[in-house]
Design a protein. Structure first.
Length: 158
């Protein structure tokens, strides 16, 4: 197995573990994620799908790896923005306040808003080793972006 396949396998396994931990924290430990927390999962979901696709197709690896890199850069930016909101560097945006209500009926909307538990992006509900998950994800996304750059550069050497 070449080094790119090994690195991609590592990212695939890491992405599966990361999402499993996120869902465990959400459902087993009952820590509700804010909207940015949910958006920060997208790069891991994309990595799982695209890396699996790379192994199935056994072609277009460099192009798919480039797309995965873009997802992890996006993840780093969103995570850093989330970290900045938590630290008070940035104010919350409309994304943090979206409540995913699809009902247009005024009474139903008001009842749902009364019951809804809106999770603020600035409230840290879970910490690991004293760090918020947004902080940890910023660092991890930067590292994964670096690994993806290495993988893309390796394709030119093969």
């Amino acid at each position: 197995m070449n080094s790119n396949k090994l690195l991609l396998n590592g990212i695939l396994v890491f992405s599966i573990i990361s999402l499993s931990i996120a869902y465990f924290i959400q459902y087993a430990l009952d820590h509700k994620p804010c909207n940015l927390c949910i958006i920060e999962r997208f790069p891991y979901i994309a990595a799982i799908i695209l890396i699996s696709l790379t192994f199935i197709l056994n072609k277009y690896e460099k192009m798919i790896s480039s797309i995965i890199l873009v997802f992890f850069i996006f993840g780093a930016i969103v995570s850093f923005y989330h970290f900045g909101i938590e630290q008070g560097f940035f104010s919350e945006s409309l994304i943090c306040e979206l409540n995913n209500n699809n009902s247009l009926n005024k009474e139903e909307l008001l009842n749902q808003l009364k019951k809804a538990e809106i999770i603020s992006c600035k409230d840290v509900t879970f910490r690991f080793l004293g760090f918020s998950l947004a902080t940890i994800n910023t660092i991890i996304s930067l590292i994964l972006s670096g690994i993806m750059i290495k993988i893309i550069k390796n394709y030119g050497k093969n």
